[in-house]
Each structure stands twice: as C-alpha cells, then as structure tokens.
Design a protein around this ligand. Sequence first.
Ligand code: NAD
Length: 416
Amino acid sequence: MNNPYENAVKQLENVAKILKLDSEVVQRLSVPERFIEVNLPVRMDDGSVKIFTGFRSQHNNARGPYKGGLRFSPEVNEAEVKALSMWMTWKCAIADIPYGGGKGGVAVDTKKLSEQELENLSRAFVRAIHDCIGPEKDVPAPDMYTTPEIMEWMVEEYIKIKNEELKMKNSGDEMLATFTGKPVEAGGSEGRTEATGLGGVYVLESLAKKEDLIPEKTTVAVQGAGNVGYYFAKLAQEIGFKVVAISDSKSAVYRKEGLDIDKAMKSKEKDGSFETWKGGEKITNDELLKLDVDVLVPSAIENVITEENAKDIKARYIIEMANGPTTPDADIILSKKNIIVVPDVLANAGGVTVSYFEWMQNKRSEKWSKEEVFGKLKEKMVSAFEQTWEAMKKYKADMRMGAYALAVKKVVDAMM
Ligand code: NAD
C-alpha cells in the first residue's frame, strides 16, 4: 500500500474489529481533528521571495497536547503528515505519556538552502502556525532534516511573538516547552541524543527476559548507523549483546564473533562510510537483513522489509527502531514464520519519552541529570513493553496489533 494515510486507517480498522469499537469512534479517529496548510513567504539570499508549503496535522488530543515532529523534506505531503500524526497518537499512548498525536513539515530540500534561508523558513513557519501551538496545545519537535538548532530558532520566534502579544519582556521557561529537542544550553534535556537508541535497548533487554535469551549468546544485526542505529548498537554491546553487523547507506560490515562498534564508527567518521574498515567482512545492506542472527534491528529508513525479502529473513526477532521499516505485506509473511516483530510505535518511543521529560523540565523550571533522565526512561520503556506484551496475549494478536489495541483503547477511554 503506497499511501501511508490509507495504510494507517486500515490498521485502525483492523484494531477496531479486535476492540469491537463503535463505528462513530472509528470515523472520528480516522481523520485528524485539525489539518493546517500554510504558504510561507521566505526571503532568499538573492533578495527574492519564495513560497514554501507547510503542514501541521493535529490528530487527537484526548490524552494531552498534540505531540510530534516537524519534517523538512521534499517528499512531505498531506497523506504522509496525516498518517504520521495518527501514529504519534498511538505511540504516545503506548509510552503512557500525556500527549496526543501531531506531525508537521515543510516541502523543501534543505540542501538547497543557505543557513540564513533555513532560519528564515523556520521562523516563517512559526509565524504562520503560532496560534495553533503552545505548551498545552501542540508541542512540535525535530524530525527528518530538522535539528536542535532549528528548534532553537523556532522557540525564539514563538516567544518573541507571544511576548509582543502579551506585552511582556520575559515570559519565563514555560514557553520553552512549546518545542522539544532543543539544544541542552537552550532548554533541551540531557540524554535526548541517546534516548531513542537507549529506549530500544531497554526493549531488547525486556524481550530477552521474556524469551530467556542470554545476551552474550544473542547475535544482533543493526541496519543504519545514524543517531538511532549507532546508539542502539553501542549500548546493546555495552550490556553484553553480540552485535555482529552494522551498516550505513553505502555498505555493511559483518563479523561472526562480534564487531568493535566504536572502532567501526571511528573509521566511518574518518572515511565517510564503513567501506574502508578492515574489522569485518563487507556485505550489502540486503545481505545484512537476511543474516542468520537472533535479532534484526532496522534503524535506518522505511519499507526495507518487503514482500520480496521477508521470506529470506532468518532472525527470530525484529526490533523496529526505524519508523515503518516493514511493509504490511511483509508483516503477514513474518507472522506466518512466527518471527516476533517489536513494532516501531513501542521500540522507538524513547525519543518522544525524553521529549516529554524536556517539556516537564521546562514547565517546572528544572534541570534533570542524565542519570535521572535514563532512570525514568527505563521505567517508562519497560512498563510500555510489559503492557504491550500483555495486550498481545490478551487479544491473541501479534505484537504490532497488541500495541495498537493497547494504544487505541487508551485513546478511546480518554475520549469518553
Ligand atoms: P539518521 O539520519 O541519523 O541515520 C540514518 C542512518 O540510515 C544513516 O546511518 C544512513 O547512512 C542510513 N541509511 C540511509 N539510507 C539507507 C539505506 N538505503 N540503507 C541502509 N541504511 C541507510 O537518522 P536517525 O535519527 O538515526 O533515524 C533513523 C530512523 O529512526 C528513521 O526511521 C527515524 O524516523 C526513526 N526515529 C528516529 C528517532 C530519533 O530520535 N532520531 C526517533 C524515533 C524514530
């Protein structure tokens, strides 16, 4: 299914059958509560003005303010943003954080903008949507091609507008809570950088306990070595798991006895990819997915496990650290092969969980240490895993459907 929004609605309809939901509730949840489209005039370096189109989809706020990232990418479109906002509603419910779901973005190729143009665009987006966001309304965060620095420009612009409106000089930390994913020195939280990968490792640990896996004997292959893949691989290895493969967009490396992740990353930082690293055998990304390992961890991009390659997957467990790495057709094949897939809405919820901690710190004018953040993150992730596992058993479903059932039920209960 190519249209992600149709896909999201289909998943909702499947869960609705399991939960025996009223069709009126399903209708309400099938569409965002509000969808905003804005045209942004942006001053370019040559003095001209260019118009960019931006979106914000506010799916549901029954459990709290809308929450979700902002993407700056040429592919950003209405269907994608709507689907992602629905998935954020479920993710926040699974992580048990008091948020609804939102998502937004601007259709733009940031590689074609100068730093000044990027700043102008970021500020223009905030000027266009400032009435629709705020710490208790809607809390955006970084996503693809948006960075902590962009969040800093955005929150600055937001505070400027609100101070003018309220005729105040300094509205305090509270307004910083309008955006998360800010740099630490601009109101961000300690530990956000590692949060998603670390959250996934807590999920891996929980899974290992349920399935009696001994870390030292459990082999793990990680696709992707960006923020998520790198921290997942490094931190899983630190607690004893045998990480035997890792990749980037150009190449993958494999060593049966386990890789030295730090050395591999140092080599990649120096040469731009794993291609020149001698500490493992060179394989392709496709071969990585089909390795005979215990746990496969797609941590790069969407739709990598498909109808074509699902039959060749040998891992017993898949932990979806990337968003949407498995297509619905592949899911059916994996399920028939009894492969346990820990779905993205649970596995990568560590990022939004620490975003919630950032929001709390801003609202309370507090600063938590990294240890405190990681301790609270562990509690949340372990509890989300346990609840999803229970839901899977209760509804006699796979883990993805269990997670969705758990989430949709929480949201529906909050709507009543
Ligand atoms: P990133 O840009 O830091 O890293 C992406 C990695 O994927 C890079 O190593 C890149 O080389 C690799 N890659 C790109 N194309 C590839 C291909 N065709 N085959 C194999 N590898 C390829 O991104 P990230 O922040 O690590 O995010 C990765 C995934 O995790 C995305 O799906 C993102 O939506 C999801 N996610 C990220 C966060 C977060 O906090 N960063 C939170 C939740 C979900």
